[in-house]
Design a protein around this ligand. Structure first.
Ligand code: ATP
Ligand code: MG
Length: 492
C-alpha cells in the first residue's frame, strides 16, 4: 500500500508560558529535547519556571517524527493537559502526550486556583509571537470590542460586537460581563450570562480570540489577519477514527467513513473528490461540526476542539447550501444586505454594513446583476449569491457541497476562480466537493476519497500535481483507477 500523503510540513513550535503575571515565548527546536521545570541552584532546565509549585523535573518536550510530545516528569502537583491531570496507565507508565496547536499544559492545584499556577500553551500558530499583554492596572473598566472609539482593546473583526465584553475592577478584583454581544462571551469554555468574578488564569474567549487573565493583565493573541506571504498555519485538522450511523436493523452500526487524517492550512482552496457514495458529504458534515452523532475522533479548528467549542466557533463557519434558499423577489443586493443585517452584530452601523455588502458584491463579481431580482439571475450567479451571504458575515471557513452542479464549463471556471481569489487574497479557507476535475489546477489541495469494503476512506491528499504523479495518470482518469483498485491506495 502506498503511503504518500500530504501532511503539512513540520511547523516551528513554541511554548507560551504565563506565570506570576508574566509571559514568555519559548521557541522549540525540533532537533533537541527541552526540559521544563523549576530553576534551583543545582538544576537549570531549558525552560526555567519561577513558580514555587513547579517541580524540578516537571516534564520534557520532544519532537519525534515531526510530532511534538509532552513527556511528563515527576512532580508533586502534576501537570494538567487540556484541563485533565496526566495520570499513569494501569501498568504504571505515563505515555507521552502528542501536542496539537492550542493545547494547554498547566501546573496548578486541582481547582486551578493557585496564584502560583503556570499556564503553558503549545502553539505552532505564528510561533507564539503574536501573544501580547494588556495591563488593567489602575483602570476601572476595560471594554473589549470592535469599535476602537468605545473599546480599550479593539479587535476589528466583524463577528466581534462594537462593545462586546467588559471587565470592571472593584476593590482589586476583576469582574467580567458580556455586553449583549451577538457571538457571546465565554469563560473557561462556558457562555456567561451575568457578571463573573475572574480568577487567576481564567480563559475568556470571544469566538477564536482567547484572553488569559493573570495578575492585573490580560494576555491574548489578537489573531491579526495574515498576508499570503506570511507563513501558512494549519487552521483545520481532523483525526476521525470513524463515523457510524445506526444500521437498518436498528441494533447495530453502519460505518460510513474510517481513518480520516487531514490537515488544511489557512487560505487554501481544497477539493474533496471521490465517486458517488465515497463519503464526501459525510466527511464534510464531520468537518463542519454539523454531524456529531456517531463520530469517533477529533476535529481541531483555530487550534481548538471544534466539537467541544462548536457554539462559540460556529460564527466563523459558513455552510453554503447547494439548493437555492434565496428570496426570489429580492434583488441580489437586497438579499445580501438582508443576510448581512441579520448575521452581523446589531450594533454595526449602516455605513459599515453597506461597505461590506459592496465589497462582497465586488469580490463575487456580482456588480452587473446587483439590481436584478434573484429569480432572473443564472444558476452560477445564484450560487455566488449563496456564497456572498456567508462572505458578508465574514465567515473564515467555507464548505460547499457540489456548488458546480448544473453549471456550464464557463460558469464553473468563473466560480472556482472566484473561490481561489477568496482563498488566496482574503485568507478564507474553502473546502469544496466537486465531481468534475476539469478545473482542478485552480485548487491548492485535493483530498481523494474512495469506498472500500463499503466504508469511505482517504486515498490521497496533496496538490493536484502530486495527485497526478501519485496515480501516474491525468486527474480525469484517477476515478477509474481508484474504483478498479481501491485497496492499493487507501490509507489507514
Ligand atoms: N444516514 C445514513 N444512513 C445510512 N447510510 C448513509 C447515511 N448517510 C450516508 N449514507 C451512506 O454512506 C455513503 C456515503 O454517503 P455520502 O453522502 O457521504 O457520499 P458522497 O460521497 O457525498 O456521494 P455523492 O457524490 O453521491 O453525493 C453512501 O453509501 C450513503 O448511502
Ligand atoms: Mg454528497
Amino acid at each position: 500500500m502506498k503511503t504518500v500523503s500530504y501532511v503539512a510540513e513540520v511547523q516551528e513550535a513554541a511554548l507560551v508560558v504565563i506565570e506570576q503575571g508574566q509571559i514568555r515565548t519559548c521557541r522549540l527546536n525540533t532537533e533537541a529535547k527541552r526540559t521544563v521545570g523549576r530553576r534551583t541552584p543545582t538544576a537549570a532546565p531549558d525552560i526555567s519556571l519561577i513558580s514555587p509549585i513547579a517541580g524540578r523535573h516537571q516534564g520534557e518536550l520532544a519532537c519525534l517524527a515531526g510530532e511534538w510530545f509532552w513527556i511528563n516528569g515527576e512532580s508533586r502537583n502534576g501537570t494538567y493537559y487540556n484541563g485533565r491531570k496526566i495520570e499513569p496507565d494501569g501498568d504504571g507508565n505515563t505515555r507521552p502526550i502528542k501536542l496539537d496547536n492550542g493545547d494547554v499544559l498547566r501546573i496548578d492545584t486541582p481547582d486551578f486556583r493557585s496564584p502560583n499556577g503556570v499556564w503553558m500553551l503549545f502553539t505552532t500558530d505564528g510561533v507564539g509571537e503574536e501573544w501580547t499583554f494588556y495591563s488593567m492596572k489602575d483602570k476601572d473598566e476595560v471594554v473589549i470590542g470592535r469599535d476602537p472609539s468605545q473599546s480599550r482593546i479593539a479587535i476589528q473583526r466583524p463577528y466581534i460586537s462594537a462593545v462586546h465584553a467588559r471587565i470592571t475592577c472593584r476593590d482589586g478584583r476583576y469582574y467580567l460581563d458580556d455586553c449583549h454581544s451577538a457571538a457571546g462571551t465565554w469563560l473557561n469554555g462556558r457562555r456567561i450570562s451575568g457578571q463573573e468574578l475572574l480568577q487567576e488564569k481564567d480563559r475568556i474567549s470571544l469566538c477564536d480570540i482567547n484572553f488569559i487573565y493573570s495578575g492585573d493583565n490580560l494576555i491574548f493573541n489578537p489573531r491579526k489577519p495574515k498576508t499570503a506571504e506570511e507563513q501558512k498555519r494549519v487552521i483545520l485538522s481532523a483525526d476521525i477514527e470513524s463515523k457510524t450511523v445506526p444500521d437498518q436493523s436498528g441494533s447495530g452500526a453502519k460505518e460510513l467513513i474510517r481513518n480520516v487524517k487531514l490537515e488544511i492550512c489557512e487560505g487554501e482552496l481544497v477539493a474533496l473528490l471521490g465517486g458517488s457514495g465515497a463519503g464526501k458529504s459525510t466527511l464534510m458534515n464531520c468537518l463542519n461540526g454539523m454531524e456529531l452523532q456517531g463520530v469517533k475522533g477529533r476535529v481541531t479548528f483555530c487550534g481548538e476542539d471544534l466539537y467541544a467549542n462548536f457554539e462559540r466557533l460556529k460564527f466563523l463557519i459558513g455552510n453554503v447550501p447547494q439548493k437555492n434558499v434565496l428570496h426570489e423577489m429580492l434583488t441580489v443586493e437586497e438579499e445580501i444586505w438582508e443576510a448581512a443585517v441579520t448575521r452581523l452584530p446589531a450594533d454595526m452601523s449602516s455605513q459599515e454594513i453597506r461597505r461590506r455588502v459592496d465589497e462582497t458584491i465586488s469580490l463575487l463579481r456580482l456588480d452587473s446583476v446587483r439590481r436584478s431580482r434573484i429569480h432572473k439571475i443564472s444558476g452560477g450567479e445564484m450560487q455566488r449569491v449563496n456564497i456572498a451571504i456567508d462572505l458578508a458575515a465574514d465567515k473564515t471557513l467555507f464548505y460547499l457541497d457540489e456548488p458546480d452542479a448544473g453549471l456550464d464549463p464557463e460558469m464553473k471556471r468563473e466560480l472556482f476562480t472566484i473561490l481561489q481569489n477568496l482563498a488566496h487574497n482574503q485568507r478564507k479557507t474553502i473546502i469544496v466537493i466537486i465531481h468534475d476535475v476539469s478545473e482542478i489546477e485552480l485548487f491548492d489541495r485535493v483530498v481523494m476519497m474512495v469506498k472500500y469494503e463499503d466504508v469511505g476512506r482517504i486515498a490521497f491528499t496533496g496538490t493536484p500535481q502530486e495527485a497526478a504523479e501519485y496515480f501516474g495518470a491525468a486527474m480525469k482518469d484517477v476515478y477509474g483507477i481508484l474504483t478498479r483498485n481501491p485497496e492499493k491506495y487507501i490509507r489507514g
